[in-house]
Design a protein. Structure first.
Length: 368
């Protein structure tokens, strides 16, 4: 986000007359004040527009424009046995009101449901638990490596992403809830290729690359890179040539999502209503949610999170012991002891306040 600093302007040739008299100084200062006010008003424009629409009865227009293009997946929770589900998260901090929200995010090659409303088929490339705190002041995102060797209800030990292939969102939800003891409130399918549209609407996003790699004819240099929509699928889809293998893919996924979020809520985006409108519509085109989230629910939920900032969102990876092989498969073994502490913090809505305990699982430094 911008610092808010409006740097001093160096007089250009021909500006000398503005420095010659008191009246001219006042005129110049007045002009600067007017420009500053215009910037502030433009920056607040999107928020004011939303408030006016809500206050003026424009909820239908707002929801249809920004939530109406979000695909819906059939009732993914209907076949999850309630008796086997964890209790809802409960804040332990004194004086905290409200209810935490927990999402299961799945990144795949396509977000579009089948004709009968079923979820996209195939194995998931990314699995993440996203928690928004009860007071909506912070959020945490925990990636679970797709090759994690876990117990899948009804199928036994296998890679966690196999649960999505075997039984879609319902079985993946059951598997994640059994693994973590964390109750999932909503399911979101993210189309990483669809996020290319979001990236272009934002004018590109900045990511940090650990070591120079090449994929699909694109080279991503070590250090800061500004990637465009065309490059997104190659940046996120790279499977070979990454020093850390699948762990580096997880970091890339997290960094990209963080970069999109940072850019979306930045002053530059909120100061350009056209860019903001295009970006929000592109976001809607890039996700599908469970049918329990109606259009109005999506807008109200997004509005309740308006206080989130770049600094209040933490990224983690589920603690791991290392990698190995099970038969012909390369798998990831989770560190159950450390992970249980992380899951307990999620169950008590306190992972954000205990983030420092998981420095090794936190996302590395990313662009600001």
């Amino acid at each position: 986000m911008g610092s808010g600093y409006e740097g001093r302007r160096t007089p250009a040739p021909g500006d000398g007359d503005l420095l010659l008299g008191h009246d001219e100084d006042e005129a110049a200062e007045a002009d600067r004040r007017r420009r500053r006010r215009r910037r502030i008003l433009t920056g607040l424009g999107a928020t004011v527009l939303v408030l006016l629409l809500l206050a003026g009865g424009g909820v239908w227009w707002l929801t249809e424009r920004y939530a109406g293009n979000v695909e819906r997946i059939g009732d993914v929770f209907a076949d999850v046995p309630e008796a086997s589900r964890p209790a809802p998260a409960s804040p332990t901090a004194a004086g905290v009101e409200g209810t935490p929200l927990t999402f299961l995010l799945v990144g795949s090659d396509t977000r579009e449901p089948t004709a009968d409303g079923e979820a996209p088929s195939g194995r998931s490339d990314a699995i993440m638990i996203a928690r928004v705190s009860a007071d909506r002041s912070s959020a945490q995102l925990v990636s679970i490596p797709r090759d994690s060797w876990v117990d899948i209800p009804g199928y036994g030990l296998d890679k966690i992403n196999a649960s999505y292939a075997y039984g879609g969102p319902t079985l993946l939800i059951q598997t994640v809830e059994q693994l973590t003891g964390v109750r999932i409130d909503h399911f979101v399918a993210i189309d990483f290729e669809g996020l290319a549209e979001v990236t272009d609407a934002l004018g590109g996003v900045e990511v940090v690359v650990a070591e120079t790699t090449t994929n699909g004819g694109y080279t991503f240099e070590a250090g800061r890179n500004r990637i465009t929509g065309e490059e997104v699928r190659w940046y996120l889809g790279q499977r070979y040539g990454l020093p850390g293998g699948d762990f580096d893919r997880v970091k890339r996924q997290q960094q990209f999502i963080k970069a999109v979020m940072d850019t979306l809520i930045s002053r530059d985006t909120f100061g350009d209503l056209g860019k903001l409108d295009a970006s929000l519509r592109a976001v809607g085109n890039s996700v599908a949610v469970d049918s329990g989230l109606g259009n109005t629910d999506v807008i109200q939920m997004a509005y309740s999170m308006r206080g989130l900032t770049q600094e209040s969102i933490d990224f983690f990876t589920a603690p791991v012991l290392g990698t190995g092989r099970e038969g012909e498969a390369s798998v990831v073994y989770l560190d159950d002891t450390t992970a249980e502490r992380m899951w307990e913090y999620l169950r008590t809505d306190s992972l954000g306040s205990n983030a420092d305990e998981f420095g090794d699982e936190a996302l590395p430094e990313t662009p600001r």
